[in-house]
Structure formats: structure tokens, C-alpha cells
Ligand binder design. Sequence first.
Ligand SMILES: [Zn+2]
Length: 231
Amino acid sequence: MIDKILEYQKLDGNKVKIEKALSENENKKQATLMVKFVKEAQSKALKMDEEAAKLKKEFEKLSQVEQKGLQMVEKYVNQKTEGADLEGLEETLSRMQKVLKQLSDLEDLLRKNKAQTEEIIKAFDTLKNKLRAAKIKHKENKDLYEAELAKKGPEIKATTKSLEEMEKTLDKELLAKYKAARKVGIYPVFVPLEGNSCGGCRISMASAKVDEIKRNGHIECYNCKRMIYNK
Ligand SMILES: [Zn+2]
């Protein structure tokens, strides 16, 4: 019984090798990285968009205030000075100076707003270019990986078919144990007893366990969960 499952395991090894190579495929890794980059860039772009909208609102508000300030200055300038006393003139002048100071501060704010907006537009353009490059890189890598997958596909399919054929002749209990272990990524599942140690993880077995292996043909390693058989 063990011989048959070992033969099955050997054939399954081909499949494991191909699947491992595919999962470690550099093009696949790159394509995955690009997907991650695109997602991050999209959320960055969204934040930039929000920031730009905020700056635009601020700009509109500042412009409105500026407009009002200018109107006020105009009003002061056009004010008839005839008949006004010196005190009144001085007061008007002082108010005008105050408005002019506020306008100058406003100019600074508007300048700052403009600079920030320009910075965001520049950053957005850079991001857009990077995004475009990432999309191209993603497609290139995805195509290469899919070509590899298409190349290996028939081999996997043929091996799977042979394995299924073999399964019909295997002990059901052994096969179930094998499949359960494979499902959690263990390969090889069946390993020989080497002296008193597990042939998989090299851990030492108590002599009672060694006797059990010899008596039952196999036991599960308490450490690596492989099936240790007596060769
Ligand atoms: Zn072990």
C-alpha cells in the first residue's frame, strides 16, 4: 500500500514543482505589485482631488473678500472731501489704510493658495504619468505570466488526470490523509523513518512511536504532520 502512495506522491511532485514555479513567477509578482501600486495611486489621486477642491473654495472666498475690499477702497477714494473737517479726513484715511493692509494680507493668502494649487497640479501630473507606466508594466507582466500559464496548463492537466486514475487504486484512508496534508501545503507527505527520526523534519521519535510505525506501517509526525512510514 505504501509503495503505491509513494508512486502517487512522486507523480504529484511534478505538479507541485510546476505550481510552485508558477506561484513564484516573477511576472506574476510584478503584476501583483503593479495592481497594488495602481490602487494606492488612485486613493492618492482622490485625496489630491479633495485638496484641490478645498483650495478652489478657499480661493473663491478670498477673491470675494478681495473684491469687497477693493470696492471699499474705491468708495473711500471717491468720497467727496469738500466740506469735510480734518478729523473726518484723518478717520477716513486711517480706515483706508486698514483696508489696504487687509488687502495686502489677502494678496499673500491668494499667492499661497495659488502656489499650493500649482503644486497639487504638478504632483497630480507626476502621479498620472506613473500610473500610466504602471498600467503598461502590469499588462506586460500579466501577458507574460498568462503565456507561461498557458504553456504549463496542459502538463498540469495531464498530470492531474494520471493522478486521478491512480487514486482509484489507492487506499482511501491513506489518500484522505495525503490530500488533507497537501491542502495545507505539506509536500512530501509520506517520509521514511530514518533511524529513529522523522525523514521530513528530522525530529527524534520515542521508541514506542518507532515500534508503532513498524507495527502499523505509518504514523503522523507530531512535529511536522507528515506521515512517517517504515521503509
Ligand atoms: Zn516530522
